[in-house]
Design a protein around this ligand. Structure first.
Ligand code: NAP
Ligand code: MG
Length: 502
């Protein structure tokens, strides 16, 4: 391990967690090893050095966690009133706030996001997200529709928590991703087993511990670490899990659908994207250039809604490419713990190789490499750092314009008319998000209505509010993360017909 992580690991903030919790799942409020005793190593992507060793969960560990979660669901947690659940979520928000520096340092070491320019500035949004779900705990209501039945029949629609939820989340932002499961689980009175990504599990483990400290009964939230095809697959197929909340790739999403068929689990699938970001000639380029660039390069491109297909009206393509390339060159790529760093490393060597493979393929298929495209060396040679990369003159059929790259690679595709931009934007199996930059309200409204995607950002990119929510069209999945629709997904609905004859 080199100097970057050694300094951070020796801080008193992390030592207790990393040393004492090593090699353990968090089940029933306690730290327990795998039934098999097997472990997997997890690394710091900025240095390539070993960060921690995780328990390698398999069927037996998942069975154990599901048993515990079922007991907790039937046990004291059942008797928590909505007001008590709300109070608990608020206490958790306070603890989360108090431990925020520790959690973000851990997240930065684990998955490489810049500490000072990305993770720490996210504090208000994260705490607000937790508080949003605290309010949802008091907002669960049934209905009493008036019916037209003969006699004195009263009809009610009741709501009840679905039960045990399995959550499978990716590595690109676990601190945030877990909140969109923890929130609805705690608000509705469900219980959960979380399987974090093998490449970034640490903040999820630490958060589960904080929840118990906040007063959550043991067993309500459990974390089983391990490999997707083992622990994740066992959770998705488990006959006593009622719902799976999955965030990850479209390919694995298909596997989850198959695995869940056995007991007809409810599913929420938040999957991949290849989002269009459309810049019209009348856009304010002082805002559009940094907005589009950070929409692709933020988190080093490892964001599901990254606006990687940048459609630019032909008359401004040359100017746009020049300005976006200049902006990319101002971004500081490096040590995620350094104050001035804008972009950290990619998560693994494997991911770096994959992204570099796409850069090569883009060149071979005739896209013009305007800037970037190289791995960084020198002090950063042991980490997985890549320059922000910009392709110009891309056509929508090229591989770089069709496949999700999940790295800092933007493809600029020229267009002439709004109709053409719309047709090109929608020519993808994905439909997660999109952006439009224009000063003309007619153009904006045409795009807002015409784009087939779960989110349209206009003259901005990447804002998400839990009250509004987030979800996909087409192969970007189904289910909605946030808002009333999400809470409904964690509730069974039951009709009651009460025939009073007296
Ligand atoms: P991934 O390979 O699909 O993995 C996601 C999670 O699923 C990980 O915990 C993984 O475990 C687990 N997994 C893998 N194979 C599994 C299987 N057969 N059964 C059950 N679980 C399995 O995705 P990723 O590469 O980590 O993350 C990037 C992807 O996530 C991108 O496609 C991105 O667009 C998407 N994403 C979507 C959203 C959204 O809200 N729509 C948000 C963030 C990311 P291991 O880590 O151990 O393999
Ligand atoms: Mg890691």
């Amino acid at each position: 391990m080199n100097a970057i992580s050694n300094a951070a690991l020796s801080t008193p903030l992390l030592t207790p967690f990393l040393v004492e919790r090593n090699k353990k799942h968090f089940i029933d409020g306690r730290w327990v090893g795998s039934a098999s005793g097997e472990c997997i190593d997890t690394f710091n992507p900025a240095t390539g050095g070993l960060l921690a060793t995780l328990a390698r969960g398999r069927q037996e560990d998942v069975d154990r966690a599901v048993r515990v979660a079922r007991q907790a669901f039937e046990g004291p947690w059942r008797r928590f009133t909505p007001g008590q659940r709300q109070r608990l979520i608020m206490r958790f928000a306070e603890l989360f706030d108090k431990h925020f520096d520790e959690l973000t340092l851990l997240e930065s070491l684990d998955m490489g996001a810049p500490l000072h320019t990305r993770l720490r500035p996210g504090k208000a949004a994260l705490v607000q997200t937790i508080l949003y779900y605290a309010a949802q705990a008091r907002n669960i209501q049934g209905e009493t529709p008036h019916n037209s039945l003969p006699g004195q029949v009263t009809t009610m629609i009741l709501k009840a928590p679905v039960g045990v939820v399995g959550a499978i989340i990716p590595w690109n932002g676990p601190l945030f991703a877990q909140m969109h499961v923890l929130g609805p689980v705690l608000a509705t009175g469900c219980t959960a087993i979380i399987k974090p990504a093998e490449d970034a599990s640490l903040t999820v483990l630490r958060t589960a511990e904080l929840l118990v400290e906040a007063g959550l009964p043991p067993g309500v939230v459990n974390v089983v670490t391990g490999i997707g095809a083992e622990a994740g697959a066992a959770l998705a197929a488990h006959p006593d899990v009622n719902r799976i909340a999955f965030t990850g790739s479209t390919g694995v999403g298909r596997e989850i659908i198959k695995a869940s068929a056995g007991n007809m689990k409810r599913l929420q699938l938040e999957l991949g994207g290849k989002s269009p970001d459309i810049v019209f000639a009348d856009a304010d380029l002082d805002k559009a250039v940094p907005g589009v660039a950070m929409g692709v390069y933020g988190n080093s491109g490892q964001i599901c809604f990254a606006g990687t297909r940048v459609f630019v009206q032909r008359s401004i393509q040359a100017e746009f490419l020049e300005r976006m390339s200049a902006f990319g060159n101002t971004l500081k790529v490096g040590d995620p713990l350094a104050l001035e760093t804008d972009l950290g490393p990619l998560i693994t060597q494997r991911q770096l190789d994959r992204v570099l493979g796409y850069v090569e393929q883009g060149k071979q298929e005739g896209a013009a490499l305007v800037s970037g495209g190289r791995r960084l060396g020198g002090d950063l040679a042991n980490g997985y750092f890549l320059e922000p990369t910009l392709f110009g003159n891309v056509s929508n059929q090229m591989t770089v314009a069709q496949e999700e790259i999940f790295g800092p690679v933007a493809s600029v595709i020229p267009f002439d008319t709004a109709d053409e931009a719309l047709a090109l934007a929608n020519a993808t199996p994905y439909g997660l998000a999109s952006g439009v930059w224009s000063a003309n309200v007619n153009t904006v409204m045409k795009m807002v209505h015409g784009i087939q995607a779960g989110t349209v950002w206009v003259n901005c990119y990447g804002m998400v509010d839990p009250a509004v929510g987030f979800g996909g069209y087409k192969e970007s999945g189904y289910g909605w993360k946030g808002g009333a629709a999400q809470i409904d997904g964690y509730l069974y609905q039951k009709a009651a017909y009460i025939n009073v004859t007296a």
